[in-house]
Design a protein around this ligand. Structure first.
Ligand code: FMN
Length: 349
């Protein structure tokens, strides 16, 4: 299995929205790790171009990560807190609330696009056609039929899970391996049900609990910022570690300038988990925007994501970090501006 044959036991996390570039995926692969392209938010043609760029830059195997949209989520999601009309009203109210923030940057909040499926079907066709070696999923579980189709194409499948019950559901659905994501992780929590309160176990305890259930390969992710922490997570039963935040300052990453500056700015004191940017829980540096809006954002993904996109784009274009989503894990202070190969070597098993 590919995941178990990665020499260093290091996986470069897929980081949608810019940080994961084809160069980063290729550099992680060349250094003996496994790079994963972030397919989320891209159209199928954009993802096709990124896949071609990785093939051009490196002959090492790599993966592609896809967001499972609500329409395709085979996980038994609990009843929503809001019905369709209430949900739309809550999103509209949040959109109004953000109008002043948007105008301060000469922008308008975006339209919610409630049915957006992130080009799911076309991206699935693409990864099968391209015979991408590995596909990982987050935000939901694909159906057994989809997982079977990928297997027949020779593609290894990995489901992101955040607790033991999700791990069982993913294995029942037939995935080859698990990406066990702990509460310390930067970016979105990959909970299979967007409304549930995510598990807050320490990553080591979570890996031990999942390992007690299965012998399937486990990649552990979340707050891994030192070689020692990676070793602890491996000793708990992980076959590999997946690092995201540790790669954000590497020259191969596409992290924007304002984001890079914020990551090294001592004014940022802590990370916070918030729905303020996307409607889904995600961890990032606590900003004034998070403090002001965290309590108002409805649990409505992808609508809230689309509402805030123009604010974040305008903030990046103005080289201002105040309205950016500064995704970062709890270990962000250890991130360094060194080549990706140095990061892979640091976390190698
Ligand atoms: C900027 C950023 C973007 C992310 N985007 C994705 C994504 O597109 N898909 C995904 O499965 N995980 C995503 N994640 C989560 C990572 O896969 C991983 O769980 C996390 O980075 C691990 O924690 P760490 O950042 O503390 O290393 C993202 C994380 C960050 C920091």
């Amino acid at each position: 299995m590919l995941l178990q044959s990665v020499e260093t036991g290091v996986v470069g996390a897929p980081m949608a929205g810019g940080p994961t570039t084809p160069e980063l995926v290729a550099a992680v692969g060349e250094a003996g790790g496994l790079g994963i392209l972030a397919g989320g938010y891209l159209s199928a043609p954009q993802l096709a171009a990124a896949i071609a760029d990785v093939w051009d830059a490196s002959s090492r195997p790599f993966g592609v990560n896809l967001f499972v949209p609500a329409q395709a989520n085979a996980y038994a999601v609990g009843p929503g807190e809001l019905d369709g009309t209430e949900r739309a009203q809550a999103v509209a109210a949040y959109r109004d609330l953000l109008a002043d923030d948007a105008r301060s940057l000469g922008a308008e909040p975006g339209e919610p696009r409630p049915g957006d499926d992130d080009d799911w079907e076309r991206k699935l066709d693409l990864v099968v056609r391209e015979r991408v070696p590995l596909v990982s999923f987050t935000f939901g579980l694909p159906s057994t039929a989809v997982i079977g189709e990928l297997r027949r194409a020779g593609i290894e499948t990995v489901a992101t899970v955040t607790d033991v019950e999700e791990a069982r559901a993913a294995l029942d659905a037939g995935v080859d391996a698990l990406c066990v994501q702990g509460a310390e992780a930067g970016g979105h929590r990959g909970t299979l049900d967007p409304l549930k309160q995510p598990c807050d176990l320490d990553l080591v305890d979570l890996v031990v609990a999942v390992r007690a259930e299965t012998q399937a390969p486990v990649v552990a992710a979340g707050g891994i910022a030192t070689h020692e922490r990676a070793a602890e997570v491996r000793a708990a039963g992980a076959n590999a570690v997946q690092v995201g935040t540790a790669l954000l300052l590497t020259p191969e990453a596409g992290t924007g300038l304002a984001y890079r500056r914020a990551l090294t700015d001592p004014a940022h004191q802590r990370t916070a988990v918030t729905r303020a940017y996307s409607g889904r829980l995600a961890r990032g540096l606590e900003t004034d925007f998070v403090r002001r809006h965290d309590g108002h954002a409805p649990a409505a993904y992808p609508e809230v994501h689309h509402v805030t996109v123009p604010l974040r784009r305008a903030s990046a274009a103005a080289d201002r970090s105040d309205l950016l989503a500064l995704w970062a894990g709890t270990g962000w202070r250890a991130a360094r501006a060194v080549p990706a190969a140095t990061v892979v070597a640091e976390f190698a098993g």
